[in-house]
Write a protein that binds this ligand. Structure first.
Ligand SMILES: Cc1ncc(C[n+]2csc(CCOP(=O)(O)OP(=O)(O)O)c2C)c(N)n1
Length: 278
C-alpha cells in the first residue's frame, strides 16, 4: 500500500497530465485520446516512482527502458517526457504538425527519452525482449518495461515475443497489457476473442498478475512484485477504461481517435477535475 501522501502525489500528477493531453489534443486537431487515458496511470506510476532515468542524459546506458508498444498512445508519453524535463513542454504546441519532431507515433531519433519508435502494432514488445536480453548479455542491471494494447494482442508477433521472453527467462522484463476491452473499431472480444488472456500468457511461460490499471496501490504493488520475480517475465494485465477521466469518452469506440472543439475541451477538462478533485 502506498502512503497517503505518495498516492496523492501520483493522483495529482496524473490529473495534471490528463489535462495536458486534452490541451495538446485540442491544439493538434486530433489524437488517440481514448487509449492515452487508459494507459495513463501506469505510465505515471512508472515515470514518477520507478523508472531509473536521467532526463539530462537520455542515452545513459544504465537507464531503465520503457517501450510504448501501442505507439499510437504517443501523445500521452510525450506530455510525460516534457514534464520530466526531456524537452520544453512548449514544443508540444506543434505536436503532429508538419516539421515538428513529434509525429503521432514518437520517433526515438527525434524525441529525447523515447527508447523505441513504435506505431506498427506488435513490434514494441519484441524490441523490449531484445532490450531485456541485452541487459543480461552485457551484464547491466537496468530493467525493461513495456506496455501493449489488448487490441495489439491480435498481432502474432506479440506471441512470438512472449514465447522468446519466457524461453530466455527474462525476469528483468515487465510488460503491461492495457486491457481496456477495445481495439480501433470495437470490443476486442467481438473482433477476435482474447480471453482467457491470463491463461494464454501463463501457458507461454509468464507470471501473470491482474490488477485495476487505474488504482495506484495496485499498479505500484504489481511493479514491486515484478521486481522481486527471479525466474520469469511478468505480464500485468491491467483492467482499464478507454477514455478514463472524461465521462463522454469512457468506453466509447468513437473516442479511439478524435479531435476537440472549444466546447468539448471545456467539458473534458471539467470532467477530469470532477473525477480527480483536489
Ligand atoms: C500493424 C498495425 N495494424 C493496424 C494498426 C492500426 N491501429 C492503430 S491503433 C489500433 C487498435 C489497437 O488497439 P489497442 O492496442 O487495444 O489500443 P487502445 O485501445 O489501447 O488504444 C489499430 C488496429 C497499426 N497501428 N498497426
Amino acid at each position: 500500500m502506498l502512503d497517503a501522501a505518495e498516492k496523492k502525489r501520483l493522483v495529482k500528477k496524473a490529473r495534471q497530465l490528463r489535462e495536458r493531453i486534452v490541451e495538446v489534443t485540442f491544439t493538434c486537431g486530433g489524437a488517440h485520446i481514448g487509449g492515452a487515458f487508459s494507459q495513463h496511470d501506469i505510465l505515471v506510476a512508472l515515470y514518477y516512482k520507478y523508472l531509473r532515468l536521467d532526463p539530462a542524459q537520455p542515452a545513459w546506458s544504465e537507464r531503465d527502458r520503457f517501450v510504448l508498444s501501442k505507439g499510437h498512445g504517443g501523445i500521452g508519453h510525450a506530455v510525460i517526457l516534457a514534464d520530466k524535463g526531456y524537452y520544453a513542454d512548449k514544443l508540444l504546441d506543434e505536436f503532429n504538425k508538419t516539421g515538428s519532431p513529434f509525429g503521432m507515433h514518437l520517433d526515438r531519433l527525434k524525441v529525447p527519452g523515447v527508447d523505441a519508435s513504435t506505431g506498427s502494432l506488435g513490434h514494441g514488445i519484441g524490441i523490449a525482449v531484445g532490450m531485456a536480453l541485452g541487459a543480461r548479455v552485457t551484464g547491466k542491471s537496468y530493467r525493461t518495461y513495456c506496455l501493449i494494447g489488448d487490441g495489439e494482442c491480435h498481432e502474432g508477433s506479440v506471441w512470438e515475443s512472449a514465447m522468446a521472453a519466457a524461453h530466455f527467462k527474462l525476469a528483468n522484463l515487465t510488460c503491461f497489457v492495457d486491457r481496456n476491452g477495445f481495439s480501433l473499431d470495437g470490443p476486442t472480444e467481438k473482433i477476435m476473442a482474447l480471453e482467457p488472456l491470463d491463461k494464454k500468457f501463463e501457458a507461454f511461460g509468464w507470471r501473470v498478475l491482474q490488477i485495476d490499471g487505474h488504482d495506484f496501490d495496485a499498479i505500484c504493488g504489481a511493479i514491486e512484485e515484478a521486481q522481486r520475480e527471479r525466474e520469469r517475465p511478468v505480464m500485468v494485465i491491467a483492467k482499464t477504461i478507454k477514455g478514463k477521466g472524461v465521462d463522454f469518452m469512457e468506453s466509447k469506440t468513437g473516442w479511439h481517435y478524435g479531435g476537440l472543439d472549444d466546447e468539448m475541451k471545456r467539458k473534458a477538462l471539467e470532467s477530469i477535475r470532477r473525477t480527480y478533485p483536489d
